[in-house]
Design a protein around this ligand. Structure first.
Ligand code: GDP
Length: 542
């Protein structure tokens, strides 16, 4: 065989991997891949840190190799992060716990939404919904929960900050039921009201898990288990009240039901305090014991790709501009099946072209290290991924294409124009690229013309990122003019002229050809709706 063909066969690893199904299935079964959804300030960073400390973080910043003096080049992007005190990069933290490999995918934690946050939820098998005990379900939690529900992602609820005064535990259960129609199934129940926290009732065993406050610095809360009788002796009515409350819940249908959890209709609930490291171990145990392992993923025709099939994965995030000097473009791939080995040549499903993975990386925060192997549930970062777009599938040996990640309904719109004349080519290329990466959605209309595309975003910060990159990466600074629209609907062809004739509304066309009607607000939508045939407008989400 010619040299390159030998290399090719070795890279594909054909035979070697076929005897490998059992090992891959085993690795998949011990993976848990999840994200934390919460409102800013609920304690996501604190919880993430506590989880990593409890487990043994194997992707910690200290374990980074081979960056040498390239560190400085990244600064541009980081400056923007520093300015805002937020994290734009979205990455994954991997750690081992109790024989399980846990992948915690980061969802950017700022008040503004971006589609990145939503897309991460396409790459997880479960979500942890972090609720501030004093605030209940807040707007961002609500939105992210809706995405989980739409995607069928099972949710574990953690009520955080129980060390501080807050809502009544039963009132929080009520909120879950009435506000988001999520049936709560407590696994632990707090002993003592928020702010006067003694520990939790372990709902499965009826035991008391006592919490002892430690003077700062402890990485793990000190807990003592005792029987109900001992707890009653120690705490009297504080204990018996907790037991009665939980009994009431259990007898009214709130006992744990695994099928209900997996279906997404119900959620196991834990109480804790991330800052005091209490409840963190219980959360890890819950993830290991109850959260689903990666399973067969349906392809575009609905046929399942078994985890033990040859390698496959899809891109759920693209990050570019981190390293300007190297035109660095990093594609985050969630592995769906098979064994990924660095260096293997995979096929890009949409084009049929080969893609080399010599530079595959695992990604933690801004730090990267080379990944040698990955299994279903893991996330790999592919550098120089210029041919890849969000939603693309990569596979080895056996062809597969996964459904694309849906675009979300934008709520912010702005016309973009090149700030400097004579940069039209750079302008067009940049806008096109940002659209492809999904940094913003790009819409056009004949009325506005090709020089003035409309950028649409789920969160306004996406505009800042677009503006920054247009200037610094594509060499065409842009001016943005905000449009006063906040509601978008897919629109039927018949209704287009009617929408365009109205003030506070117009029709734009998305890159994929979808006609989108945008409205100043929901009242404008309602008023236009009266003038068009029923069913002319349909929600875009999904
Ligand atoms: P994020 O925005 O969701 O990442 O929230 P952070 O983890 O940054 O936490 C926001 C604030 O809440 C910080 O001041 C934390 O110290 C505090 N915090 C987080 N968890 C707890 C907790 O369990 N109890 C108390 N009292 N404060 C907490």
């Amino acid at each position: 065989l010619p040299e390159h063909e030998i290399a090719d066969r070795r890279d594909h690893g054909g035979a070697e991997h076929k005897g490998d199904k059992g090992a891959v299935a085993h690795e998949a079964a011990r993976r848990r891949t999840f994200a934390v959804i919460s409102h800013p300030d609920a304690g996501k960073s604190t919880l993430t840190e506590a989880l990593a400390l409890h487990a043994r973080a194997i992707g910690e910043a200290g374990a980074v190799h081979g960056k040498g003096n390239r560190r400085g080049v990244v600064s541009d992007w980081m400056e923007m992060e520093k300015d805002r005190g937020i994290s734009i990069t979205s990455a994954v933290l991997q750690f081992a716990y109790d024989g399980t490999v846990v992948n915690l995918l980061d969802t950017p934690g700022h008040a503004d939404f971006s589609e990145d946050t939503y897309r991460v939820l396409a790459a997880v098998d479960a979500a942890v919904m972090l609720v501030d005990a004093a605030k209940g379900i807040e707007p961002q939690t609500f939105k992210l929960f809706e995405v989980c529900r739409a995607r069928g992602v099972p949710v574990i609820t953690v009520v955080n900050k129980w060390d501080r005064p807050g809502l009544d535990a039963l009132a929080i259960m009520d909120e879950l039921t009435t506000r988001i129609d999520l049936h709560p199934m407590p696994l632990t129940w707090p002993v003592g009201v928020a702010g006067d926290f003694h520990g939790v009732l372990d709902c499965a065993t009826g035991e008391f898990v006592q919490f002892t406050r430690t003077p700062g610095g402890a990485t793990e809360a000190i807990t003592t288990r005792m029987s109900s009788a001992e707890a009653e002796q120690l705490l009297g009515s504080t204990w018996t009240d907790a037991v009665e409350e939980y009994d009431l819940l259990r007898s009214s249908g709130h006992a744990y039901d695994h099928e209900l959890f997996l279906s997404g209709a119900a959620s196991p609930v834990l109480f804790g305090s991330a800052v005091l490291n209490f409840g963190v171990r219980q959360l890890l145990d819950t993830l290991v014991e109850l959260a689903p392992a990666p399973g067969a993923r349906p392809d575009r025709s609905g046929a399942p790709r078994e985890v033990s099939a040859p390698f496959s994965g899809f891109v759920f995030k693209i990050q570019a501009g981190m390293d300007r000097a190297h035109r660095d473009r990093l594609a985050f791939v969630r592995v769906c099946s098979g064994r990924f080995s660095r260096g293997m040549v995979v096929t890009h499903a949409d084009t049929g072209r080969p893609f080399t993975t010599k530079y595959a990386q695992s990604v933690f925060g801004r730090d990267r290290s080379t990944v040698e192997e990955a299994f279903p549930g893991d996330v790999i970062g592919l550098v120089n991924a210029n041919a890849l777009r969000v939603g693309d599938t990569l596979y080895a040996d056996e062809k597969v294409a996964f459904p694309r990640i849906p675009l979300f309904a934008p709520e912010h719109f702005a016309v973009a124009r090149a700030a400097v004349t004579g940069k039209q080519k750079q302008f067009r290329r940049g806008i096109e690229q940002l659209g492809e990466e999904g940094v913003v959605q790009v819409l056009h209309s004949d009325r506005r013309g090709a020089q003035a595309p409309v950028l649409a975003a789920v969160g306004p910060m996406q505009f800042d990122v677009a503006q920054h990159r247009m200037e610094h990466e594509f060499g065409s600074a842009i001016r943005l003019e905000a449009l006063g629209y906040s509601v978008a609907r897919a629109v039927a062809a018949d209704a287009i002229p009617i929408v365009n004739a109205r003030a506070g509304a117009e029709v734009l066309t998305r890159e994929d050809g979808l006609d989108v009607a945008v409205f100043a607000d929901k009242w404008r939508l309602a008023s236009v709706e009266r003038d068009v045939p029923a069913g002319s407008f349909t929600p875009i989400f999904g």
